[in-house]
Design a binder for this molecule. Structure first.
Ligand SMILES: Cc1cc2nc3c(=O)[nH]c(=O)nc-3n(C[C@H](O)[C@H](O)[C@H](O)COP(=O)(O)OP(=O)(O)OC[C@H]3O[C@@H](n4cnc5c(N)ncnc54)[C@H](O)[C@@H]3O)c2cc1C
Length: 352
């Protein structure tokens, strides 16, 4: 199928990726845009999602293929289309490409939704802590909780300044319509300074029995976790979504492995086969990065699915699967290479 035909159809599956057409682009702030996707009816079931989940996109930037996760800011059953919001990261490759290069009508490669940062079925209050682009899964959870529950909800939303607040109008509208049970606290670095643990404790106030959701930059999340920690909130009440970006691929953060002790694994990546030695207990992803290959990955904790590859020969045990791959994908032969330890000679193929 030609590129034009694929673009015209906008729905072909390529390995774990589906080609979805960009239906709309929304300028949210000076450094964040939303991309609304057109999910054709035949993929509606595959792209069904829960508030808090994310999509993984495979993009090509300056000749490099990158896979990046973006949380769904839309809410299932409330919003008619899937919407992700991408904030520029300084010198970030995919985020700037998504902001600068994507236009309405383009076709993007997207993996079906995944993730476990989900609204729990409880009656307790909800307290959401968001920083910057960390609002994306939280606004989806917020919308769904307002629509489907009567839970009291508090959102603390930290930003650099007023102009950086994503979804400001939408949040204001939600507040006006639900002022009896929704509270929104905006914290702006240029006015209030950074949040600290004491502030978090103060903002929780009497809602110690709440479900807590945290998403934002690392230092913001650390402060929130520290504040909640001082209140001895049980860990099953604290839900965390990390937006970590992969480091530049390379060997520097992988433990050295004695090559002679490992198994031979053939890795097919970008149309090229490479034979590598995977050490005892080492994952395929770690070994591939150790030898200088640049396979896609993000979370390395079995929940994002970015590092998926197809096992075409041999046996691999996945150490864990935290929702990064579903049964259908496993049945098709896909594995999470960040969790895959090999049992003998193996061949894996990353999607073309
Ligand atoms: C589950 C999940 C959900 C997410 N949801 C969202 C969302 O809804 N919205 C959103 O905006 N983001 C989200 N993210 C983050 C997103 O996936 C990307 O990590 C983010 O957009 C940055 O990617 P990038 O390619 O632009 O940056 P990268 O190119 O990976 O760069 C990241 C950082 O590394 C630095 N860097 C890059 N190359 C080098 C180099 N050679 N040497 C030194 N430093 C370098 C850059 O300066 C930058 O600060 C999510 C992440 C996860 C895991």
């Amino acid at each position: 199928m030609s590129a034009e035909e694929t673009a015209a159809q906008g729905s072909e599956a390529n390995g774990p990726y589906y080609s979805l057409r960009v239906a709309e682009i929304i300028e949210e702030t000076a450094d964040a845009k939303s991309i609304v996707l057109d999910v054709p009816a035949e993929f509606a079931e595959r792209f069904a999602y829960e508030s808090g989940q994310f999509l993984s996109f495979r993009v090509e930037v300056a000749g490099h293929r990158l896979v990046r996760c973006y949380s769904l800011a839309s809410a299932p059953r409330l919003d008619s289309a899937h919407k992700v919001t991408i904030k520029r990261v300084v010198d970030g490759r995919a985020s700037n490409w998504m902001n600068d290069e994507v236009s309405v009508g383009d076709v993007l490669e997207v993996m079906p939704p995944s993730g476990i940062f989900l609204l729990q079925d409880r009656d307790t209050p909800l307290v959401l802590f968001s920083g910057g682009s960390g609002i994306t899964p939280c606004i989806s959870i917020l919308k769904t909780a307002l629509e489907t529950t009567s839970r009291p909800i508090k959102l603390l939303y930290a930003n650099r300044d007023d102009r950086s607040i994503i979804f400001k109008d939408e949040l204001n509208a939600m507040l006006s319509a639900n002022s009896d049970r929704l509270e929104i606290v905006h914290r702006l670095d240029d006015v209030h300074g950074f949040c600290d643990a004491a502030l978090i404790v103060q903002q929780v106030g009497p809602r110690k029995d709440a479900d807590f959701y945290i998403c934002g930059p690392g230092p913001f999340m650390d402060v929130v976790e520290s504040g909640l920690g001082s209140l001895s909130i049980p860990s099953d009440r604290i839900h965390i979504e990390r937006f970590e970006s992969p480091d530049t691929p390379g060997a520097e953060d992988s433990a050295p492995i004695e090559e002679a002790e490992g198994q031979i694994v053939t890795i097919s990546l970008d149309g090229q086969d490479t034979e590598i030695v995977v050490g005892e207990g080492e994952t395929i992803l770690a070994a591939a990065r150790r030898v200088g290959l640049e396979p896609p990955f993000a979370c390395e904790e079995a929940y994002c699915g970015c590092c998926m590859a197809k096992l075409v020969e041999g046996e691999v045990e996945m150490l864990m699967n935290d929702g990064g791959i579903d049964q259908r994908q496993i049945d098709e032969g896909w594995i999470l290479t960040c969790q895959g330890v090999v049992k003998g000679k193996v061949r894996v193929e990353y999607p073309d």
